[in-house]
Design a binder for this molecule. Structure first.
Ligand SMILES: [Fe+2]
Length: 187
């Protein structure tokens, strides 16, 4: 079983104004918001890969989590703003909010740049790297399932990398307080 790889702590990288925004404003409610077919900034990304990699029976008329990306996060995040040096690679980011009661079923992350499928099976892309950071300290009820392992006791700003870009993972907030995550993918 492959664990998450610990990169380091970047607590000082997290800006108070980001947290303030995430706590006080909602982004895209996933997948519920994606029923709006006018929202081309989000829907194609979701349908390209994510839909195919989540359970076949997933329910759309609920909210798994709240997502913030370039189009609905008012602060600019460039490659130079990332917590690590990614050289001249491309990247995409998401801030994710889980209010108490929200649950993201296990899935393989959707590639924003097109995943290849062979006979309906998503294909591993070795140039993709996926990073995960908690924007708050772990607390009881905050769930990150990575492959078959439950991750906890992380601190605000702890940055991890997936061993494999196609690692299965899921999240939930069974706790009393909001859970905030920052993800970014490079390729
Ligand atoms: Fe994910």
């Amino acid at each position: 079983m492959e664990d998450l790889i610990y990169i380091g702590n970047f607590k000082d990288w997290i800006k108070d104004e980001w947290l303030e925004h995430l706590l006080n404003h909602d982004g895209d409610l996933l997948p519920k918001n994606l029923k709006n077919e006018d929202d081309e900034s989000v829907l194609p990304k979701w349908d390209d890969g994510f839909n195919a990699s989540v359970t076949e029976n997933f329910e759309r008329d609920i909210v798994y989590c709240i997502s913030y990306q370039h189009h609905n996060f008012p602060f600019k995040i460039t490659a130079n703003d990332l917590p690590i040096d990614i050289g001249d690679k491309n990247f995409e980011f998401s801030f994710i909010k889980y209010n108490p009661g929200m649950i993201m079923p296990i899935h393989i992350d959707h590639p924003l740049y097109g995943r290849k499928f062979v006979d309906g099976e998503p294909q591993f892309d070795p140039k993709i790297e996926r990073y995960w950071m908690s924007l708050l300290d772990y607390e009881r009820g905050h769930v990150l399932l990575h492959n078959h392992k439950l991750f906890k006791d992380y601190k605000q700003g702890d940055l991890y990398k997936f061993q494999n870009e196609m690692d299965w993972h899921g999240s939930a907030n069974l706790g009393k307080n909001v859970r905030l995550i920052f993800n970014f993918t490079t390729w």
